[in-house]
Design a protein around this ligand. Structure first.
Ligand code: C5P
Ligand code: MG
Length: 241
């Protein structure tokens, strides 16, 4: 079980919203705008997590419209993970009374990447408040900068990484027909999202492939057909079941 250690953990204090000192231009000595000491004694156990059970982390990567969200819903249903979508967390932060709201809105509208410290902070806050220790982190890391920031701040690495490999024309077709009312599902932003994906996200995919953590999935077909390729990755992993 993913047991809470103490409410007043160092971790929670570090991740408290810090309206006063969290402006993006202000940097602490470790390069992040809020004061996180990257090598505390907590990392010797499970990174900075104040839990007794180590988190089991799966990153879910793939281009825009490759079906990450759809497959994550199936993984949640079948294997009982907690699904954290980086894009959804950013949109929620944007809609709240956040000091980062307009920066996130402008970045998403253009299809660019939000600074890692903001995204990592949102993800870690969700992880710390969850009672489930199995996490699917979807749409993250979107860049090497995202990946390095997560590892540096949390002190933990993913156990496995799923990559939904989908041809561009199929992704564009899905994005233009899904009608979710998103400000970034228009052809101009989609073109930039695809460029950003190729330039910044593919190097992350290659990084995990070299480390033997990547499951490459052919993301063309029905959701059920694609899930039959996803299932064995989790079935092969005792901890994930
Ligand atoms: O994953 P999703 O398509 O929901 O992401 C929407 C947008 O959120 C991305 O195009 C990007 O602007 C932003 N995002 C980000 N960093 C992430 C994930 C999403 O900046 N790690
Ligand atoms: Mg999504």
């Amino acid at each position: 079980m993913w047991r809470r250690a103490t409410k007043s953990s160092l971790f929670l204090r570090l991740l408290k919203p810090s309206k006063h000192n969290a402006s993006l231009s202000q940097s602490s000595t470790n390069g992040f705008p809020f004061h996180i000491h990257t090598h505390t004694h907590f990392q010797e156990k499970h990174g900075i997590f104040s839990k007794e059970v180590a988190p089991f982390i799966t990153f879910v990567l793939g281009g825009p419209g490759s079906g990450k969200g759809t497959q994550c819903a199936k993984i949640v249903e079948t294997f009982g993970f907690n699904h954290l979508s980086a894009g959804d967390l950013l949109r929620r932060e944007m809609d709240s009374d956040s000091e980062y709201g307009s920066m996130i809105l402008n970045t998403i509208r253009e299809g660019n990447i939000v600074p890692s410290e903001v995204t990592v902070k949102l993800i870690l806050r969700e992880m710390e408040s969850s009672d489930n220790h199995k996490f699917l982190i979807d749409g993250f890391p979107r860049s090497e900068e995202n990946r390095i920031a997560f590892e540096k701040i949390s002190g933990v690495e993913p156990h496995m990484v799923l990559f939904f490999d989908c041809p561009e024309e199929e992704m564009v077709k899905r994005l233009l027909s899904r009608n979710q009312g998103r400000i970034d599902d228009n052809i101009d932003t989609i073109k930039n999202r695809l460029k950003v994906f190729e330039a910044l996200n593919l190097p992350v995919v290659e990084y995990y492939a070299k480390r033997g953590k990547l499951y490459r999935i052919n993301a063309v077909g029905t959701a059920d057909e694609i899930f039959e390729q996803v299932r064995p990755a989790f079935e092969a992993c005792e901890v994930a079941k």
